[in-house]
Write a protein that binds this ligand. Sequence first.
Ligand SMILES: [Zn+2]
Ligand SMILES: [Zn+2]
Length: 365
Amino acid sequence: MITFKQAGFLFLLIWTQVCAASAEWYRGNTHTHTVLCGHADSTPEAVTKWYHDHGYNFLILSEHNKFIDPKDVEMPDNRRSDFILIPGEEITAKVGVHTTAMNIRHLISWEDGEEAKESVIQIHVDRTHHAGGHPILNHPHGGSHLNSKDILPASGLQMMEVYNANTKRNNLFKRRALDYPLTAEGLWDELLTKGMTVYGVGSDDAHTFKSIGPNESNAGLGWVMVRADRLASDDITQAMQRGDFYASSGVYLKVCDKDAGAYRVEVDEERTQQQLAALPDWSGIRVEGEVEGYRIDFIGPQGAILKTIRGSEGTFQLKEAPKGYVRARVAFTRKDRVRGMEAHYAWGQPIFTDGRTEKESRGIR
Ligand SMILES: [Zn+2]
Ligand SMILES: [Zn+2]
């Protein structure tokens, strides 16, 4: 005989599992441009149609200091029911700080009169929250020239781009300028190591839809996969704010989860290979000294690689983790006919092992 309290607990357990089971992965891009900024080549409608027709589930038309209300954008004639526009803006400050204000209700002013990047970041974060949204710090490394001292003091910032596919940006292994001591991913590790709870976003920052090539900022090269109960602006935004997503430049995951005291990752090989077949040769990040195939790295404080697995699934026992965090990075390396070897990635979010609040330490579930 179970008591009323036990029955209630069982109901809650079953309800939780049913709810968790109903969550789905949704593909989206949080950062793209249109003719309205003056240096991109397609209208909001054409850009929307591109993402719709390429199987995305959500898109933010994140224009520089302009709010494109989704209500004003005509959707494609054959619009799928599983595609939405999420309102947003790329707040663009004179000092080079750019922030996607995700899921806001109205235009946010970019005027700040501030010179200190640290202050400008906080203004962007506060104004985004005030407008009902959540901020993503864009290309902090390439373009904005930020370092950890600028970002660490920010209160209320939980997302930053770790991969921005725009050709002008410094990404994972690209080190074009000597005055940037770290790659974008290295900057992420530095912030995580110093105690910040911040999740990594991948985006296109696309400007060019009419011509395709390695020197164009094309679409479809960097995105996020978000696990949410429902495809709606609030659900997607809240899931990202909780860290229920991973970033990708080509690799899809079936599992990216904290499970029974371990961080577990499993690649969706079929979907990954379909995606990679559709991506051009130059779309990956050039790597040297790598072999073809999948590689999973579990990474900890200071960017230290804690464990490497050659294969498409892997587990890291959290009891073996150092204090701080563990994150997973999955690479698929292939021969690039033009340049040698190139890799595409999935970046899982950190799972925290140092008592950062329970809410923050859940990682991707
Ligand atoms: Zn920008
Ligand atoms: Zn941009």
